[in-house]
Design a protein around this ligand. Sequence first.
Ligand SMILES: NC(=O)C1=CN([C@@H]2O[C@H](COP(=O)(O)OP(=O)(O)OC[C@H]3O[C@@H](n4cnc5c(N)ncnc54)[C@H](OP(=O)(O)O)[C@@H]3O)[C@@H](O)[C@H]2O)C=CC1
Ligand SMILES: C[C@H]1O[C@H](OP(=O)(O)OP(=O)(O)OC[C@H]2O[C@@H](n3cnc4c(=O)[nH]c(N)nc43)[C@H](O)[C@@H]2O)[C@@H](O)[C@@H](O)C1=O
Length: 326
Amino acid sequence: MTAVDGVDFSPGPLDRDATFYVAGHRGLVGSAIVRRLEGAGFTNIVGRSSAELDLKDRDATFAFMREVQPRYVVLAAAKVGGIMANSTYPVDFLSDNMRIQTNVLDAALETDVDRLLFLGSSCIYPKFAPQPIPEDSLLTGHLEPTNDAYAIAKIAGILHVQAARRQYGRPWISAMPTNLYGPNDNFSPKGSHVLPALIRRYDEAAQSGAGSVTNWGTGSPRREFLHSDDMADACLHLMENYDGPSQVNVGTGTDVTIKEIAETIAGVVGYEGETEWDTSKPDGTPQKLLDVSMLANLGWTSQISLEEGLRRTVAWYHENAARLRG
Ligand SMILES: NC(=O)C1=CN([C@@H]2O[C@H](COP(=O)(O)OP(=O)(O)OC[C@H]3O[C@@H](n4cnc5c(N)ncnc54)[C@H](OP(=O)(O)O)[C@@H]3O)[C@@H](O)[C@H]2O)C=CC1
Ligand SMILES: C[C@H]1O[C@H](OP(=O)(O)OP(=O)(O)OC[C@H]2O[C@@H](n3cnc4c(=O)[nH]c(N)nc43)[C@H](O)[C@@H]2O)[C@@H](O)[C@@H](O)C1=O
């Protein structure tokens, strides 16, 4: 039995032969979840690309769920991007994510999905939340303006899951990941998060022999980085060990400044030139470090160090760079 947040119910192991739908199975997190589920012996994992099934299309989403009848669902499909994408396209981040999650959650209710995990993001918390950020600081202050539209959609998703628990007794849960990285990340210069952006920028500079690179903002914000394979492991752990209304933070419990991660990445890819900072670009929230004590009490801590995760991700980037640069 696990006692968290007043809930004394541990759901126990999932059936390895049941149909498991991973929404967003080609993305950073979804592809890691598929690897984790395969490793754990799941035999019936289902995925659809956005070209095959646009989850913004309500009728198509319901038709798919009625046909496949998954017993388990992880909702890792979303419109996702870094600080620039979020602040430039807030309508898309609000509207696409509201539609995707509402359609999947409503269809999952109709088709009696047994266990479901919704993925939010650490940006749901107030810009000036206490650090490390506990789960109960949700809705206690103003959001960071560069990603408020995305955050509101994610907060609606948490409430949707809690409402399904209250109104229909569904044992569904939500996890809030910190900043993630790993294979199948988005390495596009304008759309990506900072870590893949810096891998690409420093690697290209190292290859070309450039004397200087320019990163965004002041470099002083602090961020926490979790490898996607750790994230996937936490997702399965939560689905088997947690059943409560509160969202659960997922992170490492340690953060670094953007300057520090930039220096580390420059070292890993062998860049020896200068680094400039373009302070006309936004810093975003000054610090985003999750309090991971709830997850630790549930028996999970991260295993992949930032150094090891970076080495693996840079290796993956080198193997795929030609395709990613298009
Ligand atoms: N990356 C990060 O740092 C963080 C991510 N998260 C959350 O984790 C989850 C996964 O993110 P991540 O893996 O990084 O994102 P990715 O962008 O790597 O992957 C998103 C996936 O969603 C699918 N998708 C997007 N739109 C649609 C659509 N309309 N219909 C069907 N599928 C769609 C894409 O499918 P296809 O490839 O076929 O187009 C893609 O596989 C998201 O909920 C995100 O908010 C939370 C915190 C941090
Ligand atoms: C996961 C999380 O991700 C987003 O929030 P964020 O943490 O601010 O995202 P980020 O990774 O894009 O930036 C982190 C920091 O890094 C700096 N920075 C430097 N140079 C580059 C650079 O080249 N690219 C990017 N993207 N950032 C850079 C950048 O200025 C900022 O100070 C949310 O919108 C939201 O989507 C969300 O939930």
